[in-house]
Write a protein that binds this ligand. Structure first.
Ligand SMILES: C[C@](O)(CO)[C@H](O)COP(=O)(O)OP(=O)(O)OC[C@H]1O[C@@H](n2ccc(N)nc2=O)[C@H](O)[C@@H]1O
Ligand SMILES: Nc1ncnc2c1ncn2[C@@H]1O[C@H](COP(=O)(O)OP(=O)(O)OP(=O)(O)O)[C@@H](O)[C@H]1O
Length: 290
């Protein structure tokens, strides 16, 4: 039996960093939500072969132990002494190194899928705890939907999904190192978004208040190094997006837009000067994962 699993991207509607921890990670508080831009993971059993193989046509995706989906399969195999092999075919739609948690979502989808394929019977919480060993964003990606993430990002509290809207994404042709962005963050010099105000706006289903409350403390770091990200933000605003923000450590910028005609204008406008532009719906709900 082969299994197909959807691996959606995330955006950070609000991202605050509280302090740097003794273990080198940063304590964060953020609101994350899934969007309908997804990789497709296929899990294919390898009878009589105790191996993990990664298959991908995308030249930016490693096909060895550096791949986060590989690490997810290895973690389950080792933790539960599984002697079965699996090929993991990854069809990439999420841009790589974009701030959209593409690799993390592939790892999370692999955990969810192998839990079924190998009949492990693990709960979402157990899968998320395992996922956190692979990367800070993996726990959220296991849950999907909309959640507040705290700790280094691995403590997940699901919340209501925001009201539906369009999300237009634009990624300039640069890759950003998450570690470097955190390293260059000067906490005493940045303005902090109010994550609680965002959560309340979502709970009230107040679209205008959600748009007013978006904020990302990492934005200043990436904008300073890559002026093209600031340019995309300006253009997205000019074309009429209701709210504009960089996702995660960047460089992808997203715009929230309520009306179809406005979405079309923003999308077409950005296509004029940016290669990677997507217009997708906010998923927000957990049941949209499979
Ligand atoms: C920027 C975000 O994508 C927002 O959702 C995440 O905070 C980053 O999550 P991620 O890419 O899964 O990050 P990891 O792979 O765990 O860590 C990459 C590097 O980012 C830094 N890092 C990450 C998370 C965190 N809370 N504090 C950090 O300082 C660390 O230097 C770490 O070595
Ligand atoms: N399955 C995967 N898909 C894409 N990249 C992967 C994968 N596994 C490992 N990688 C590596 O991870 C690096 C970061 O890619 P990814 O797309 O996950 O970044 P990101 O979206 O910025 O992540 P985050 O938002 O979690 O910080 C890539 O440069 C690539 O070498």
């Amino acid at each position: 039996m082969r299994l197909s699993v959807k691996a959606p991207a995330k955006i950070n509607l609000s991202l605050d960093v509280l302090y740097k921890r003794p273990d080198g990670y940063h304590e964060v508080k953020m609101v994350m939500t899934t969007i309908d831009l997804a990789d497709r993971i296929e899990l294919i059993p390898l009878p009589g072969e105790d191996a993990i193989r990664i298959v991908s046509q995308n030249r930016f995706v490693p096909d060895d132990c550096r791949n986060l989906a590989y690490q997810a399969a290895k973690l389950l195999k080792e933790t539960f002494s599984i002697r079965e092999g699996v090929a993991i075919s990854i069809t990439k739609h999420i841009p790589v190194a974009a701030g959209l948690a593409g690799g993390s979502s592939d790892a999370a989808a692999t955990l969810r899928g192998l839990n079924k394929l190998w009949r492990l019977g693990l709960s979402v919480h157990e899968l998320a705890t395992l996922g956190a060993q692979i990367g800070s964003d993996v726990a959220f990606c296991v849950y999907g939907g909309t959640a507040v993430a705290t700790g280094r990002g691995e403590i997940i509290t699901p919340i209501s999904s925001p009201p539906p809207c369009w999300v237009v994404l634009a990624k300039p042709p640069i890759g950003v190192s998450t570690a470097e962005v955190y390293r260059n963050l000067q906490l005493e010099h940045v303005s902090h978004p109010d994550v609680d105000v965002m959560v309340e706006a979502i709970e009230r289903q107040d679209y205008a208040a959600i748009c007013r409350s978006v904020g990302n403390v990492l934005e200043e770091v990436t904008l300073k190094k890559y002026p093209e990200v600031a340019h995309i933000k300006e253009q997205m605003r000019r074309f009429g997006a209701d709210a504009v923000l960089m996702s995660g450590s960047g460089p992808t910028v997203f715009g929230l837009i309520e009306h179809d005609s406005r979405m079309q204008r923003v999308y077409n406008g950005l296509r004029g000067f940016c290669d990677q532009v997507f217009a997708v719906r906010l998923l927000g709900e957990r049941h949209s994962l499979d």
